[in-house]
Design a protein around this ligand. Structure first.
Ligand code: SAH
Ligand code: SF4
Ligand code: F3S
Length: 492
């Protein structure tokens, strides 16, 4: 159990959503300067790194996976929990040695930690040359060139309009089959534990045509799955009056109607029936029946919903300022089951040991898990973040050992539920999209079901990007195993 707790924040990349992990990126087109970029935090941050790489590419930089050869090092950071920030600080101290050998190298801190700490970061971390927040990436080439002349720079301006809609992301570490598309930025909710509204600014939605165009271009390049990203996708809203003024490409067809998330999902689903559509994250207060019915109408919209509950107790949910209670959440789950059936995947995020949480209230989280029967969860213990509502209003009064014990109970419950949910799939036939070679063995492929479950199959006369019908033969709590029934079946 001890090991589990230590590793809690480190989840496998392909399951990343709400976790703190890093990855590096490489793309070479023969440009003279080299950028090394390392990303932490949520998928939106990884998506932002692809925008950063694109902006830097326009300015003469290729990405490299070898930081020792880089002219510029960027860390795209996360502030969600204290541990995420500590990881970045450790990494910066490791870069000290390289910087000593090559003082001309520029080191930049980007993302949420940059936004939270602003110029304090320059004082605290002497090796940092530029500090750039999530809405200021267009200024990166300018700040880097100033840094090359010896002038350190900070830009943490938060915008009400920036969506980088016109920038074609450079796909980093891509498997060539699945890609992420940012559909909105920022967050207008004020969950009391959460730093995101402070680091990402106000919520704004991206022009739907630019989203559909990006999906179509990905499909034409051979991609077969897109995940639409936002902190709260259900509140996506594009209205011509509010948004046309911010549009960057006036030549495009004008949008005359208000586009909500259900409309956008439909627009992307219609790009091609062979393009799978996923989305994340849904907020329980905003997910509508209209979205659920749209999911039902299109076979290529995957039947999987990430619906973070955070706590199963109404009093704690109120303190968290989540704006729903236990009954509301259970009603939404009931709607999902009624409209999309038992096989629709549901996953969650849970926080153990929030301020003043009692043992009974913690039990409510466990009973909520039993009622919903989550397929998967990201589970954390509460980490107080400076400046948040909870930090201002409540005492972080649950001792660490109790937080860890409660979290361990949540994890044990989830492992049991994941196994039970996976066992229900054994014997069924599932359509999976092959994403590449399995990590476990060169002889096997991996792909996911509509409900987002990873399936391992033996390699055969099919390849990455193929759809295959698979009979599920076995499972663990994390993975399904299957054998092929049919390759590239006619799909609806
Ligand atoms: N927008 C998403 C969540 C983004 S943050 C949503 O509303 O669901 C990802 C997850 O990190 C959250 O769902 C929450 O479970 C966790 N988290 C956020 N702040 C935290 C904190 N201060 N301590 C522990 N976990 C936190
Ligand atoms: Fe944070 Fe809440 Fe916004 Fe999610 S919805 S990003 S938890 S404030
Ligand atoms: Fe972290 Fe920022 Fe995402 S705080 S979780 S990188 S929005």
């Amino acid at each position: 159990m001890e090991n589990l707790i230590k590793d809690i924040d480190i989840l496998p990349a392909e399951e990343a959503q709400a976790c703190d992990f890093k990855t590096t990126a490489e793309e070479s087109t023969g440009k003279s300067k080299k950028l090394y970029i390392e990303s932490y935090g949520c998928q939106m941050n990884f998506s932002d790194s692809e925008i950063v790489a694109s902006i830097m590419k326009e300015n003469g930089f290729d990405t490299t996976s070898d930081f020792e050869k880089a002219d510029v090092i960027f860390l795209n950071t996360c502030s969600i929990r204290d541990k995420a920030e500590q990881t970045v600080r450790k990494r910066l101290s490791q870069f000290n040695t390289v910087k000593k050998q090559r003082p001309e190298m520029t080191i930049g801190v980007l993302g949420c930690m940059a936004e939270r700490l602003k110029d304090k970061l320059l004082e605290e971390e002497k090796i940092v040359d530029v500090v750039v927040g999530p809405d200021a990436y267009r200024d990166l080439p300018n700040l880097v060139s100033q840094a090359e002349d010896g002038n350190k720079g900070v830009n943490t301006f938060l915008s009400r309009e920036e969506t980088y809609a016109d920038i074609a992301p450079v796909r980093l570490n891509s498997n060539g089959v699945t890609a992420f598309i940012s559909i909105m930025r920022g967050c207008d909710n004020m969950c009391s534990f959460c730093v995101v509204p402070f680091t990402r600014g106000r919520e704004r939605s991206r022009d739907p045509h630019s989203i559909v165009r990006e999906a179509r271009e990905l499909f034409d390049k051979g991609y077969r799955e897109v995940t639409l990203l936002g902190q709260n996708v259900d509140s996506y809203k594009w209205s011509p009056e509010e948004n046309n003024k911010a549009r960057l490409n006036k030549k495009e067809e004008e949008v005359s109607e208000v586009v909500n998330f259900a409309n956008l999902l439909e627009m992307v689903a219609r790009v091609d029936h062979r393009l799978r559509v996923r989305f994340s994250t849904s907020h329980p207060k905003d997910i509508t029946d209209e979205v659920l019915y749209t999911m039902k109408r299109y076979d290529n919209i995957c039947k999987y919903i990430h619906l973070p509950v955070q706590s199963g107790n109404s009093r704690v949910l109120e303190l968290m300022n989540r704006t729903y209670d236990r009954e509301w959440y259970l009603n939404r789950v009931r709607a999902i089951r009624e409209i999309l059936g038992e096989s629709c995947g549901i996953s969650s995020d849970m926080i153990a040991g929030f301020c003043t949480e009692t043992e009974e209230e913690h039990q409510d989280t466990l009973s909520m898990m039993d009622l919903v029967r989550y397929d998967f969860s990201y589970m954390f213990y509460y980490s107080e973040r400076p400046g948040t509502l909870a930090a201002k209003k409540y005492t972080d009064d649950i001792p660490l050992d109790i937080k860890k014990r409660r979290l361990a109970e949540i994890i044990a419950k989830q492992n049991k539920l994941s196994l039970e949910r996976n066992q229900l799939d054994v014997g069924t036939t599932q359509l999976i999209l092959i994403e590449g070679t399995s990590k476990r063995s060169e002889e096997e492929y991996k792909g996911r079901t509509s409900a987002n479950k990873m399936v391992i199959i033996p390699k055969g006369d099919y390849t990455k990007g193929d759809y295959v019908l698979v009979k599920i033969t076995d499972c663990t709590a994390a993975t399904l195993f299957g054998e092929i029934i049919e390759i590239n079946p006619a799909i609806a």
